[in-house]
Design a protein around this ligand. Structure first.
Ligand code: HEM
Ligand code: NAG
Ligand code: NAG
Ligand code: NAG
Ligand code: NAG
Ligand code: NAG
Ligand code: NAG
Length: 329
């Protein structure tokens, strides 16, 4: 049996698992063929745009993939992360502390939406765009593909004060991470696999300053960090520059299992990354991901399908612009 047929088998397994997962987690009954008659070009338009965007700026693949995660964890996968405030007294999710000056790619999503509105006006939801974009961005930088289930209905509400408590935080320990993921129906293994999203992208230096400069308030470097790595970080991220950037793993432009290798060699960046190894399940998975990267690449897609099936708490309708709610025509 050659490699390609193994891939085909994996794909079929993926499709079967995905149906099971989607049936279990989605009240809205998402399907892979949702736009087949209403907008058959939808998926290819998204892929073409994502390819062009990532060709122009490879770092955006990470930002685009992350939007789906931040969307789904708050009010379900409903495009709420994309909404702009219209009332200065009501800040939307993107302005919350955990998102502001951190999420990127909004303009690119708007571009994709515009293209889809030209091709098929009033058809494709913003939440579905985020799901397709996350898959295409991941694949574009080395990840494995997965079938994207579609048919999400966009929400109308987006509230900054719902973000804290819904999204995990960089200082969370293993128990807290498991609890936060459990709130949206994801288990510990899903959490460990989805953390592999940190195989791509970048992080502000300030997000790990405590570990570098003031571990447990003691004015020392976290002794669990590889000392050479810590010295390198101090050069890249001097204390005066919290808004500088560091790569989330050693190969931040490529989606692979290096993130887990970094964890196992004491080169994790965020406390929440390092926390994975505080539990035997995390250690076991990190070793498996390094020994058998294909399994991680496959399972990441499966976990993204599950994450993408988190039901919307308040489905509203379709939007002509992803940053605004207006009634449909
Ligand atoms: C497990 C809990 C998680 C925590 C605590 C966490 C936290 C963070 C933090 C603090 C950053 C850097 C933000 C900044 O400095 O501006 C970041 C970046 C990122 N996260 Fe997570 N994250 C988690 C899970 C995930 C998951 C599940 C995914 C996707 C499946 C993901 C994808 C990303 C990506 C791609 C970036 C880089 C974004 C960019 O380059 O613009 N993260 N995350
Ligand atoms: C919506 O907000 C984003 C930043 O969060 C901004 O880049 C974008 O221009 C805004 N969109 C519109 C149409 O005002
Ligand atoms: C978000 O960041 C911008 C730019 O730094 C800042 O002007 C704005 O006040 C921040 N919003 C909130 C709600 O903190
Ligand atoms: C979120 O809320 C908790 C509890 O109120 C608080 O300790 C934490 O600092 C908040 N995080 C952010 C990013 O606002
Ligand atoms: C994990 O964090 C939670 C909340 O931040 C805390 O209550 C708990 O004691 C911590 N657990 C461990 C094992 O450190
Ligand atoms: C913290 O440690 C650094 C380097 O070891 C030292 O230069 C500095 O004076 C210390 N600061 C405090 C407040 O102890
Ligand atoms: C901080 C850092 O190294 N970021 C890089 C991550 O990877 C992208 C894509 O290769 C680069 O554009 C970033 O500069």
């Amino acid at each position: 049996m050659d490699f390609r047929s193994i891939e085909v088998q994996r794909w079929m397994l993926a499709a079967i698992l995905a149906v099971v997962v989607a049936a279990k987690f989605s009240e809205a009954q998402l399907t892979t063929d949702f736009y087949d008659s209403s907008c058959p070009q939808a998926a290819s338009i998204v892929k073409q745009k994502v390819d062009a965007i990532v060709d122009a700026d490879r770092g955006l693949a990470a930002a685009l993939m992350r939007l789906h995660f931040h969307d789904c964890f708050v009010r379900g996968c409903d495009g709420s992360v994309l909404l702009n405030s219209t009332d200065p007294n009501i800040l939307t999710e993107k302005s919350a502390l955990l998102n502001n000056n951190s999420l990127r790619g909004f303009e690119q999503i708007d571009e994709i939406k515009m293209e889809l509105e030209c091709a098929c006006p009033g058809v494709v939801s913003c939440a579905d765009i985020l799901a397709l974009v996350a898959r295409d961005a991941t694949v574009k930088v080395g990840g494995w593909s997965w079938p994207v289930f579609l048919g999400r209905i966009d929400g109308a509400g987006s509230f900054a004060d719902e973000v804290n408590g819904s999204l995990p935080e960089r200082t969370d320990n293993f128990t807290k991470l498991v609890q936060t993921f459990a709130k949206v129906g994801l288990d510990a293994k899903d959490m460990i696999i989805l953390s592999g999203g940190h195989s791509i992208g970048q992080v502000h230096c300030g997000a790990f300053f405590e570990r570098l400069y003031n571990f447990q308030g003691q004015n020392i470097t976290d002794p669990s960090m590889d000392p050479e790595f810590a010295e390198m970080l101090k050069v890249q991220c001097p204390q005066t520059q919290p808004f500088g950037f560091m790569a989330l793993d050693a190969t931040n432009g490529t989606f692979d299992s290096t993130y887990y290798l970094d964890l196992l060699t004491n080169k994790g960046l965020l406390e929440s990354d390092v926390a994975l190894l505080s539990d035997p399940l995390g250690v076991e998975y990190a070793i498996k991901a390094v020994q058998d990267p294909d399994t991680f690449l496959f399972e990441f897609g499966m976990a993204m399908i599950k994450m993408g099936s988190i039901p919307s708490v308040d489905p509203y309708g379709w939007r002509s612009h992803c940053a605004f709610t207006e009634p449909k025509y």
